[in-house]
Design a protein around this ligand. Structure first.
Ligand code: 28F
Length: 629
């Protein structure tokens, strides 16, 4: 540190101290999400350099010591002395809050960055950080600790021509609750970025486990929809458009497949707008209108008019808008708010998609026939639902007969166990605490909702039972506030059948009651695999490793080991002790790290195509076994 502080030094310290005092204000949270966000902030700067047309390759590496390096082959951050601050430009970028090109639209036209806070925030929250710049045949190196510069900038001559920026940092354990980077989280987002920025090559590597993946897609969004639909059967070649008006750029790719699931991803300036927004609204209304207008004009549509849900059945689409002044709203700041975007997307997409329909009449016919079928079945489902609604309205008790409900009416303490098989269901009913635990036994496998349209799913007895027991409603109407239980626990055997039923149930919740997953209401019970007894002492163990460990400890002594093949082998008391008692059980909460990947995962696991599933299971044997998506 220098002896005397200048006014700008003080401002710097104040800024970065603020970041360390309130990290969540800058990166969202200090858990897993915020941790990985650090990497994406640095990657965003490299991406900006790629969007500006100067960088082709980006390398992201998790190093052996748990630090992360991000390297690009762009121009290298400038190192010349800043005229007012009297320090190298790169030092400004890493120490001044909000410094850099992001807020200076002259430097970069369009920029990503979820919060736009950049390199200085990452620096402030790192135990240490090193930035290396290659420019003009030299390497410049600057080191920091917790955001503060350590020593002066090093300069070395190199013989090399290459230019670029490399940033290596280790997150500060005093700030973050977790500091271990997960390859999968980095990989999934980097793949997404590579689809969004065609031509750029992104290499992600994990030195700890020797994993490496490379993403490079010349086809951009067109390739993105093909990737999302890998396990589905498309009914035509993708539609693609790119258009710009008044400085706003719109890019859309879509295709219809033979399935019934709607998959629409939307982005603004490369940011995944999970909560949608004006670009998505404009797209949806134009899609519905274009297909109705075309259908009526050509006579393909006579009796039926297509609804929004009808034209989105079996649709996979990606929308990317780039704009100068993005406004992000919503709970997680992932909803695009700029009002003018809605009309812009609506008119530009309508025009291009209409032209596509006119130029491809056979594809248009297929799409309209598919949507008409959807409209018809939706009408049938509506009638069927009305019937059941009326019935439940007339009957005072509409809960399914198979449900052994709990006596509490307070959802926040109530638990629903969905149990595989009648016999395990019986044990669970006897073993439970009936005050707050309800049991719903399932007879066999539930219907695969990935392959069935809603009306068919709703006529399935097991599915109807689950829906009415939970009481939260379905799809758009699904409201966690109406759920009768805040813990819905899937309890299946630890074998192949059990794992299949668990996947069917998770697919059901993901497709029809996703808000319950988002609310953190869905859990998986972890029944033990082994019971070990020595004299009067009993141990319940959940894995082979645990068993091995215990046996080593007991080594010579006489023990009896029982391996549970299914829940049915446990008596009610054992089931309570090991799997249901809140004091002793292990529950796994189902979370969705990445909705797009989860979407694809379910389509692979539950869809028609055998080859993607076989390959996936081979590559992810472990993930399928504990399917903690
Ligand atoms: C590993 C992370 O951060 N790459 C970057 C550049 C290039 C320029 C730049 C970045 C200038 C002074 C704001 C170079 N030459 N990768 C990166 N590559 N920033 S960040 O300029 C930033 C502005 O402060 C760059 C000419 N213009 C811009």
């Amino acid at each position: 540190m220098s002896e005397k502080y200048t006014a700008s030094d003080i401002k710097v310290l104040k800024g970065l101290e603020g970041v360390r005092r309130r990290p969540a204000m800058y990166i969202g949270d200090i858990g897993k999400r915020g941790l990985h966000h650090l990497v994406f902030e640095i990657v965003d700067n490299a991406i900006d350099e790629a969007l500006a047309g100067y960088c082709k390759n980006i390398f992201v590496t998790i190093n052996d010591d748990g630090s992360v390096s991000v390297e690009d082959d762009g121009r290298g951050i400038p190192v010349d002395i800043h005229p007012e601050l009297g320090i190298p430009a790169v030092e400004v970028v890493f120490t001044q809050l909000h410094a850099g090109g992001k807020f200076d639209s002259k430097v970069y036209q369009i920029s990503g960055g979820l919060h736009g806070v950049g390199a200085s925030v990452v620096n402030a929250l790192s135990e240490w950080l090193v930035v290396e710049i290659r420019r003009d045949g030299k390497v410049y190196r600057l080191r920091f600790k917790k955001g503060e510069k350590v020593g002066e900038m090093e300069v070395e001559d190199t013989e090399e021509e290459r230019t670029g920026t490399k940033v290596t940092f280790k997150p500060d354990p005093d700030v973050f609750k977790v500091t271990r980077f997960e390859f999968e989280i980095l990989r999934d987002r980097l793949r997404e970025l590579a689809f969004l920025i065609p031509g750029v090559r992104i290499v992600v590597e994990d030195r700890r486990s020797n994993r490496r993946e490379e993403f490079h897609y010349e086809g951009g969004l067109k390739e993105f929809v093909r990737y999302l639909d890998e396990a589905r059967e498309p009914i035509h070649d993708p539609f693609y458009m790119k258009a710009a008006k008044n400085g706003t750029e719109i890019e859309i790719a879509l295709e219809y497949n033979t399935g019934f699931v709607e998959t629409i991803l939307s982005f603004a300036n490369t940011i995944n707008t999970h909560e949608g927004g004006t670009h998505l609204t404009g797209f949806k209304s134009a899609l519905t209108k274009a297909l109705n207008d075309y259908g009526k004009r050509t006579g393909l549509l006579k009796k039926y008019s297509l609804g929004g849900d009808d034209v989105r059945e079996g649709l996979t689409a990606v929308i990317h808008v780039k704009l100068k002044d993005p406004q992000f709203e919503g709970q997680t700041k992932t909803k695009l708010g700029n009002g003018y975007v809605e009309g812009l997307v609506r008119s530009l997409f309508y025009e291009r998609f209409m032209r596509f329909l006119e130029e491809n009449p056979r594809v248009a016919q297929k799409i309209i026939e598919k949507a008409t079928l959807a409209a018809k079945s939706r009408e049938a489902a509506r009638k069927a639902r009305e019937l059941t609604r009326r019935k439940s309205f007339l009957e005072s008790d509409s809960l399914p007969g198979k449900l052994a409900d709990c006596s509490s009416r307070d959802p926040s303490v109530s638990e629903l166990f969905i149990v595989e098989g009648e016999s395990a269901g019986g044990s669970a009913k006897q073993g439970r605490n009936r005050e707050f635990q309800a049991i719903l036994p399932l007879k066999g496998k539930i219907l695969n909702v990935e392959k069935a349209r809603l009306d068919k799913a709703l006529s399935n007895e097991e599915i109807k039972t689950i829906i009415s027991a939970i009481g939260s409603g379905l799809k758009e109407e699904c409201d966690p506030a109406k759920a009768r239980y805040h813990k819905i626990i899937i309890m299946t055997d630890a074998d192949v059948d059990g794992s299949h039923i668990r996947t069917l149930l998770l697919t059901f919740f993901y497709r029809l009651m996703k808000p319950l997953i988002d609310a953190g209401f869905i859990y998986i019970a972890q029944p033990p695999l082994y019971r070990v007894q020595k004299g009067k002492k009993v141990w319940y163990l959940h894995s082979d490793e645990e068993l091995e460990e215990l046996l080593e400890e007991l080594g010579e002594e006489k023990v009896t080991i029982q391996r549970y093949k299914g829940l049915g082998e446990m008596n009610p008391e054992q089931l309570w002790e090991t799997t249901m008692d809140p004091e002793r059980r292990v529950l796994k909460r189902v979370t969705l790290e990445d909705a797009a990947e989860a979407d694809k995962l379910f389509s692979i696991l539950m869809g028609d195509k055998v080859e993607p599933r076989r390959r996936f299971i081979q590559e992810n044997a472990k993930k399928v076994v504990n399917l903690d998506v």
